[in-house]
Design a protein around this ligand. Structure first.
Ligand code: GTP
Ligand code: MG
Length: 324
């Protein structure tokens, strides 16, 4: 596969080339490095918005309505629907495809679903690379990343996004769960969707109360807004887009955007390096270097910490040439 040609085709607006690039990174193809190297100078223009919330709160419906709003502004939009509970792309996200169907004929919209369970490093590993393809190769101005809020995943997705949106819906006991799940720390913008249903007002009030209970804010600090939407009718979506824009502007003013991106890149490097190190250590089982160190520990000549230092030193200094 000719990576530079694929990148060129993707940049010329060919959706199939974008899809193939994402498949390469998703499948951890041997060409992954080549793809990432090609995309490095092209990336960094897209604004990445993460949307998370309990199953069924309306993430896909909201995402689809936001796509419409951004398209009206002439922006190219990428959508990444990440399913952290499934090792298969497609299955659980079939409903999402249906809800996104209205954009299927639009060449300014790329929609991709991705399963991350079973991936080494999970979401933290797979999503940022797909985001790079949508950003650098597909030239998206905005990338919307939808993840179901289960366990750790919402925290992980918050770390991937420039702006994190937490969605709630009335009547799901979400307010109380919110505190437990720790989402009160990750939301930059809160959306109470299904505002056509009873209880939306009290959900918003409860959320407002809980957000206010946090540590006191300095003047000029970001105060996460709460937006009420009826995504299925497109109501409140413009307000939501406005809240996102405000957050983006606030981050840019204060240098928060670049700080977040640097932190994200650092985390990515760390995770890739740890994976590489783990693989090399895994390769050492049955290797005489590890065995020799173990023997010295058992003989009382060496403690396990000093042995681990020696092992890591040896791997990082001597072990690279033969594996590059
Ligand atoms: N009444 C009402 N229903 C809505 C609204 N938004 C979405 N729905 C409905 O809620 C259901 C779930 O919507 P989705 O957008 O699939 O929700 P989701 O959060 O993406 O769901 P998962 O991806 O399965 O976690 C669908 O039947 C939608 O039509 C709304 O504002 N009001
Ligand atoms: Mg969905």
């Amino acid at each position: 596969m000719d990576v530079p040609a694929l990148v060129e085709q993707a940049r010329a607006g060919r959706p199939r080339a974008v899809a193939r690039l994402i498949s390469l990174v998703e499948g951890a193809s041997p060409q992954l490095r080549e793809v990432m190297a090609a995309l490095a100078p092209l990336s960094g223009n897209a604004y990445v918005v993460g949307l998370t919330g309990s199953p069924g709160v309306g993430k896909s419906t909201t995402t689809s309505a936001l796509v419409t709003a951004y398209r009206k502004l002439g922006k190219r939009v990428g959508v990444l629907a990440v399913d952290p509970s499934s090792p298969f792309s497609g299955g659980a996200l079939l409903g999402d495809r249906v809800r996104m169907q209205e954009h299927s004929g639009d060449s300014g919209v790329y929609i991709r679903s991705m399963a991350t369970r079973g991936h080494l490093g999970g979401l933290a590993w797979a999503a940022p690379q797909a985001i790079r393809v949508l950003d650098g190769a597909a030239g998206c101005d905005v990338i919307l990343v939808e993840t179901v809020g289960v366990g750790q995943s919402e925290v992980e997705i918050a770390a991937q996004a420039d702006t994190s949106v937490v969605l709630l819906a009335p009547g799901m006991g979400d307010g109380i769960q919110a505190a437990k799940a720790g989402i009160l720390e990750i939301g930059d913008v809160y959306v109470v969707n299904k505002a056509d249903r009873d209880g939306a007002e009290s959900t918003a009030r409860e959320l407002n109360h809980m957000l206010g209970l946090g540590e006191s804010r300095e003047p000029g600090d970001w105060r996460p807004p709460i937006v009420k939407t009826v995504a299925s009718k497109g109501e409140g979506i413009d307000e939501m887009a406005e809240a996102l824009e405000k957050h983006r502007a606030w981050m840019e003013e204060r240098g928060v955007l670049s700080a977040r991106r640097r932190k994200r890149a650092a985390g990515e490097v760390e995770s890739i390096a740890l994976t590489a190190l783990r693989e090399r250590i895994g390769d050492l089982h049955g290797d005489q270097r590890l065995d020799a160190l173990a023997g010295r520990i058992v003989a009382g000549e060496l403690d396990p910490y000093a042995a681990a230092d020696e092992l890591v030193e040896g791997l990082t200094n001597g072990g690279t040439a033969d594996r590059a």
